[in-house]
Design a binder for this molecule. Structure first.
Ligand code: AHM
Ligand code: MG
Length: 337
């Protein structure tokens, strides 16, 4: 037979999260389903803008004016606006924290729901103008019991997130999501305009062969990191050394790590005392995804999801990936103590 019939039973992201809601029974209100639906629409919208960015002059500095005399928005500012507008309009959110905004947004009473969303609307800023993979990262909390929505609702440890995920804008748009029952990956079918379940139940290999660090910071690295990198580049007992892969977009580096295994690291060092990555909307969502996929996420000395945030934009060291690889790294931190 030479003609291939298309599948008549595809699992879209909407169908998949609805199925989960149905499984939960009448107790489930469907609010999270609607919120996740709002988020997937923002990902499609951002993906569309990322693809046409070069052609319609979205790349570059905000503040420029186009031929119609309209202000041009930088892609990350535009992505932020897309998310804030959609999340507010969903009626399901109470507090929003965005990397692009200094202050948290508390949603007005009329539109207030019971979820809080922390997000980096377009992560990987150094890669935007070069057309390299970038992404959106998000984490979702529920309001604390009895709360109307304050900053305290998002200053909760990552282990209290009810869902987390990212969308990577690459050769295709990939949305990877956890609601606390494993990790699933969806690929945007541009013709259908739907995310299709393509990577069900992602499990990170127990050990990988790739390390992903910005080694350009080596001269500032602390001893445990230097020794660990040494151990995988010059292995004893005849093992092969690890390969280096570093894109510089967390979403892309973590995506590869989830699928292929290995270790991703952005340590604190002598220059960047707290590390670079943001706890709330970079480290927590990626840590939740990693653990849900069977991997480990640590600061070197502490489980990332256990950290209790004190500020919405605080930073933290991040090591995540295959269980055995991250455990190897941790032994170098233990040696130091
Ligand atoms: P950004 O929020 O300004 O884009 O910075 C976050 C990004 C991450 O995506 C990536 O892991 C890291 O910064 C790369 O940093 P560096 O260029 O220092 O290696
Ligand atoms: Mg970022």
């Amino acid at each position: 037979e030479d003609t291939q019939m298309p599948s008549t039973d595809i699992v879209t992201l909407t169908r998949h999260i609805l199925a989960q809601q149905i499984r939960l029974g009448p107790a489930a209100t469907g609010d999270l389903t609607l919120l996740l639906n709002a988020i997937q629409v923002t990902s499609k919208f951002i993906a569309t803008n990322v693809r046409k960015a070069r052609l319609i002059n979205l790349v570059g500095l905000a503040g420029e004016t186009n031929v119609q005399g309209e202000e041009q928005k930088k892609l990350d500012v535009l992505s932020n606006d897309i998310m804030v507008n959609a999340l507010r309009a969903s009626g399901k959110t109470a507090v929003l924290v965005s990397e692009e905004l200094d202050e948290a947004i508390v949603i007005e009473k009329r539109l207030r729901g019971k979820y809080c969303v922390v997000f980096d609307p377009l992560d990987g800023s150094s890669n935007i103008d070069a057309g390299v993979n970038i992404g959106t990262i998000f984490g979702i909390y529920k309001l604390k019991e009895g709360s109307e929505g304050t900053i305290n609702d998002v200053l909760q440890p990552g282990k209290d997130m009810v869902a987390a995920g990212y969308t990577m804008y690459g050769s295709s748009a990939n949305l990877v999501l956890t609601t606390g029952q494993g990790v699933n990956g969806y690929t945007l079918d541009n013709a259908l305009g739907e995310f299709i379940l393509t990577h069900p139940d992602i499990k990170i290999p127990q050990r990988g062969k790739i390390y992903s660090f910005n080694e350009g910071n080596s001269m500032y690295f602390h001893e445990p990191v230097i020794k660990y990198l040494e151990s995988i580049k010059y292995p004893k007992n005849g093992k092969a050394p690890y390969s280096a892969r570093y894109i510089g977009s967390m979403v892309a580096d973590v995506h590869r790590t989830l699928l292929y295994g290995g270790i991703f690291g952005y340590p604190n060092d002598k220059k960047t005392k707290t590390g670079k990555l943001r706890l709330l909307y970079e480290a927590f969502p990626m840590a939740m995804l990693t653990e849900q996929a069977g991997g480990v996420a640590t600061t070197g000395t502490q489980r990332i999801l256990d950290i209790v945030p004190t500020e919405i934009h605080q930073r933290c060291p991040v090591f995540l990936g295959s269980k055995e690889d991250v455990e190897d790294l941790q032994t170098f931190y233990k040696e130091e103590q």
